[in-house]
Ligand binder design. Structure first.
Ligand SMILES: [Fe+2]
Length: 389
């Protein structure tokens, strides 16, 4: 009813506007529709998939508004974002889908409709374009196994990304996990695509999700504050938990590797209160999340294996991880492989992945295996952990 009323009210003025301005191709709408379609220039790709939600991200060459068409095979729906009641218009598109069923296969299309001129009344529009249909499967707390591949510290080296992506067995991988420092620093949107997301998404395709743990280098540069818009999460934060069958994965943000007062930051960093908030979230999550408490394996994925720079050198984080029964920490940052068994200081396995290495994590209810290989596929290390639960 609402839409009908708006259309009727606008027809008279709309026709007058058409008479003056002419040249629109569609007369059925009370605003001009030009014969122009947006081109999807990047993506779509899936970011931070969970058991019930995912963020779909893509770009168009011209300002457009966007939506995702989603089907589970039986029924279809459209998800259209809004911010403060307005449909976003731009070239960067993020549609977060919630309310999904765990362990279910969905197909989706990313669609964009050109907005030629964003006038206050009867903006000039264009036509729509849509991506090819792609399919994905949500994680499930109940799935009996999970597999994912891990890279880190790719540092803008697209040849390195290409070598590592070729080694991923995409058919059997549920996700790609990047442990941060994809950049030296972030200056622009084009750098973000050219030096990381474009070659990564080309390998990953539209159906496998990217899980990203921010690295210290991602806090630097003029475009660092925009990064979250390109690696969106349904939660809207860089830290989150994922129920992936036998694994409860905690993706954490270890932020910077030096104190906020360090002169190179010119008093523009406030990671202390940020990390306090993240720690409070982790404490509450570990205490209340039913999958965390029941999962055979509790795995932390983060950039710096020592929890990043913290006033207490990470003591509170280590104590919480020990007390919460974290089994494994996967990290990067060092650019070289290392492994520390549970023992002195920490009760969890800690595996630091090297820069030109790929890790493959496979977990069942009984066993979790991490196989690390070089970018040539040469074995580096295999870690096997039995469930303690
Ligand atoms: Fe780093």
């Amino acid at each position: 009813m609402k839409r009908t009323r708006i259309v009727l009210a606008s027809v008279c003025i709309g026709l007058a506007a058409l008479a003056v301005q002419g040249a629109a191709i569609a007369q059925s709408e009370p605003y001009k529709v030009f014969d122009t379609r947006p081109v999807i220039t990047e993506g779509p790709y899936l970011s931070a998939l969970s058991d019930t939600s995912v963020s779909v991200m893509w770009m168009t060459d011209a300002p457009s508004h966007a939506k995702v068409r989603l089907s589970d095979g039986d029924s279809a729906r459209e998800i259209e974002p809004q911010v403060d009641g307005l449909v976003p218009v731009g070239q960067r598109h993020v549609v977060t889908i919630t309310g999904l069923d765990p362990g279910k296969r969905y197909s989706y299309e990313a669609s964009a409709t050109r907005v030629v001129k964003l006038k206050p009344y009867w903006p000039d529009k264009g036509l729509s374009t849509a991506s090819a249909a792609a399919a994905f499967t949500t994680f499930s707390p109940q799935q009996d196994k999970v597999s994912f591949s891990v890279v880190t510290d790719t540092h803008e080296d697209t040849a390195r990304i290409g070598r590592l992506m070729k080694l991923v067995d995409w058919a059997s991988a549920d996700a790609l996990l990047h442990l941060g420092d994809a950049f030296h620093w972030i200056d622009s949107e084009e750098q973000l695509w050219a030096k990381w997301l474009r070659p990564t998404v080309a390998a990953m395709g539209p159906g496998k999700p990217l899980l990203f743990a921010r690295g210290n280098h991602e806090l630097r540069g003029a475009f660092a504050r925009q990064l979250a818009g390109y690696v969106p999460t349904p939660e809207g934060s860089y830290h989150y938990g994922r129920a992936m069958g036998p694994v409860h994965l905690l993706v954490l943000d270890t932020a910077e590797d030096k104190p906020d007062e360090t002169n190179v930051y010119a008093q523009l960093n406030r990671t202390v209160p940020y990390r306090e908030g993240e720690l409070a979230w982790l404490r509450a999550h570990a205490a209340s999340n039913s999958h965390f408490s029941s999962a055979p394996f509790r795995v932390v994925a983060m950039h710096q294996g020592d929890w990043g720079w913290l006033p207490d050198n990470g003591a509170a984080w280590t104590a919480l991880a020990n007390q919460a029964g974290v089994d494994l920490v996967l990290a990067g940052h060092d650019h070289a492989f290392s492994y520390q068994a549970p023992g002195k200081g920490h009760a969890y396995h800690r595996l630091v992945l090297g820069q030109d290495q790929l890790a493959r994590v496979d977990a069942t209810e009984r066993t979790l295996t991490v196989k690390v290989v070089t970018d040539k596929g040469t074995p580096v290390h295999t870690l096997t952990i039995a469930s303690r639960r």
